[in-house]
Design a protein around this ligand. Structure first.
Ligand SMILES: *[C@@H]1O[C@H](CO)[C@@H](O)[C@H](O)[C@H]1NC(C)=O
Ligand SMILES: *[C@@H]1O[C@H](CO)[C@@H](O)[C@H](O)[C@H]1NC(C)=O
Ligand SMILES: *[C@@H]1O[C@H](CO)[C@@H](O)[C@H](O)[C@H]1NC(C)=O
Length: 511
């Protein structure tokens, strides 16, 4: 059996912009005293402020714990159609502690990955306006509008990077009948990266559930008269439509969990696309929108490789920098030679797993070639055994791909100028509406001068759209003699010949 992939729920800048008027938005952004009040609540407090626990400070107040738990049980007792086997949920301090660890990581993603096979997890974050933690719980529940009992297949969002389309897995986890334990934590995260937008102060809620729900193709609960199909361990007890036993029921035996909790990673929709030639020129498709001379580029910088692909076979010229590994490489990573730096004969994805840059869900990584090394050491790391070698060979290292939000006028010259032998730019996120930024200039076509606005060049190249902004990859390059201007996507880029100093760059689509 496999489980639905986890999705992220967020409430932030975009949510506020969409649902509030300008004047309210301004208040939200500028009135920090309200934000301070919620932040204070979760800053360091003496132990007296929290219910005593051996480790002292907790990442959730007793009051919020009750609010979250009570709302869960209230919502679980009121599902429609009614549930015959919905179990009463109790607080679990182990789950709370694991949620706390993750909340402290301030990473806007599900994790830690080794626990996701054993727990369910819902996440929420917001900034600005003070909101009770139940705000997120209610938002998870409200996904019910995209859900029709019993199956959730029709609610299947498209999630290459940031989900769009209806999500309902928060709802189905919340009302998963057998998930009878919960533990949550709240942390205030500074400079949290929420899909490339850096939130100065984000309130981050993590709720972990056990046993986990969201088994693929299974309904979250059985339909029928409330409490008519409770597990025997409840001995017939029922309270507010929930299977209930004073003092709680025994935990589900551990072996049961182990038997069923293998998560088979769902192939993401993004990986279903047609394979593309690795290195091609942009593919401008002339459109009937003559007025803006619309062009679209679908060329990607990151190369999709197989689990076993050796770097040596997939590293030609300057294209050897960013790679995307599929999920499931732990079982078939191919040979890995070295530790920290690896022989070029090593599998790219294997080296990335070994260095902890990706996990079994796959993902992106940056490669830097390090030239010849005299020897390579073996080690066992992150479930990968690498081998040693006492013979000189060309080497490389792998790094994770950071994501940074930039402004319309950010240039490569300022942000990540070209350097030899290779310079990795973070993956970038451009805001909307860079077209209207008159300060931001663009020089060139396809190859842009590094004095150009990155975001505007990306619109010019057809990599992102003015109306939505979005993600892109940047490849800094050595200087060129000639940058030719052109009119594309409503932008007139300028021409420059033999500029003194300054390098070049290209922009690429992120799918
Ligand atoms: C900011 O929030 C505080 C606390 O809620 C409130 O007392 C104050 O009037 C607000 N200030 C403005 C400018 O809205
Ligand atoms: C590696 O080889 C060199 C020379 O061939 C030798 O001197 C050295 O001891 C070897 N190192 C290991 C760890 O085997
Ligand atoms: C660019 O996008 C913004 C935001 O969506 C929009 O208001 C503006 O009209 C667009 N500009 C052009 C020239 O299309």
């Amino acid at each position: 059996m496999k489980r639905s992939p986890p999705f992220l729920d967020w409430v932030g800048a975009v949510g506020l912009i969409l649902c509030l008027t300008q004047s309210v938005l301004a208040t939200v952004l500028t009135n920090s005293s309200r934000l301070e009040s919620i932040l204070d609540k979760y800053r360091e407090k003496d132990e007296g402020g929290w219910k005593a626990r051996s480790r002292g400070r907790r990442a959730i107040s007793e009051g919020d714990k009750h609010l979250i738990l009570d709302l869960h049980n209230k919502l679980r007792g009121q599902v429609h159609p009614p549930a015959s086997n919905m179990e009463y949920m109790v607080w679990d301090y182990e789950l709370e502690r694991s949620a706390e660890h993750w909340a402290y990581s301030c990473r806007w993603e599900h994790g830690p990955s080794h626990m996701l096979t054993q727990i369910g997890q819902n996440l929420g974050t917001h900034w600005g306006r003070d909101r009770p933690p139940t705000y997120h719980v209610q938002a998870w529940y409200d996904e019910v509008r995209y859900y029709s009992y019993p199956y959730s297949q029709e609610c299947n969002p498209h999630c290459p990077f940031r989900c769009s389309g209806p999500v309902c897995t928060h709802y189905t986890q919340l009302v998963w009948a057998t998930s009878n334990r919960i533990g949550c934590a709240i942390n205030v995260c500074y400079n949290m990266n929420v899909w490339g937008m850096i939130w100065a102060k984000a309130v981050y809620l993590v709720c972990n559930y056990s046993p986990p729900g969201n088994w693929w193709g299974h309904a979250p609960y059985k339909y029928g008269a409330p409490c008519s199909a409770c597990p025997a361990s409840y001995a017939g007890g029922c309270r507010n439509n929930l299977c209930y036993k004073e003092g709680g029921v025994d935990r589900h035996p551990a072996h049961e969990i182990e038997e069923t909790n293998y998560i088979e990673p769902e192939p993401e929709p993004v990986r279903d696309r047609e394979p593309e030639p690795r290195a091609q020129t942009p593919n401008p498709s002339p459109n009937d929108n003559i007025e803006r001379n619309q062009v679209v580029s679908t060329e990607q910088m990151s190369q999709q490789v197989e689990c076993e692909t050796k770097l040596r076979d997939q590293c030609k010229g300057t294209t050897c920098n960013r790679y995307e590994c599929p999920p499931g490489c732990l079982e078939r990573s191919g040979k890995v030679v070295g530790t920290e730096y690896y022989d070029m004969q090593s599998s790219v994805c294997g080296a990335a797993l070994h260095s902890g840059v990706i996990d079994n869900d796959g993902g992106w990584l940056d490669v830097t070639r390090l030239g010849r090394k005299q020897y390579f050491t073996k080690s066992y790391k992150n479930s990968i055994q690498s081998i040693g070698k006492n013979r000189s060979a060309n080497s490389f290292k792998v790094d994770s791909v950071p994501v940074k939000a930039v402004r319309c006028d950010t240039t490569v010259a300022l942000f990540c100028p070209f350097k030899k032998p290779v310079r990795h730019c973070p993956r970038l996120y451009c805001p909307r509406n860079c077209l209207n930024d008159n300060q931001a200039r663009v020089f060139g076509t396809k190859y842009y001068s590094d004095k150009s606005s990155i975001c505007k060049a990306a619109i010019h190249a057809g990599v992102i759209q003015n109306e939505s902004g979005g993600y892109l990859d940047v490849m800094p390059m050595d200087k060129r003699r000639q940058y030719s201007g052109s009119y594309q996507n409503g932008i007139s880029s300028e021409s420059v010949s033999n500029p003194t100093g300054g390098k070049a760059f290209r922009v690429f689509t992120v799918i």
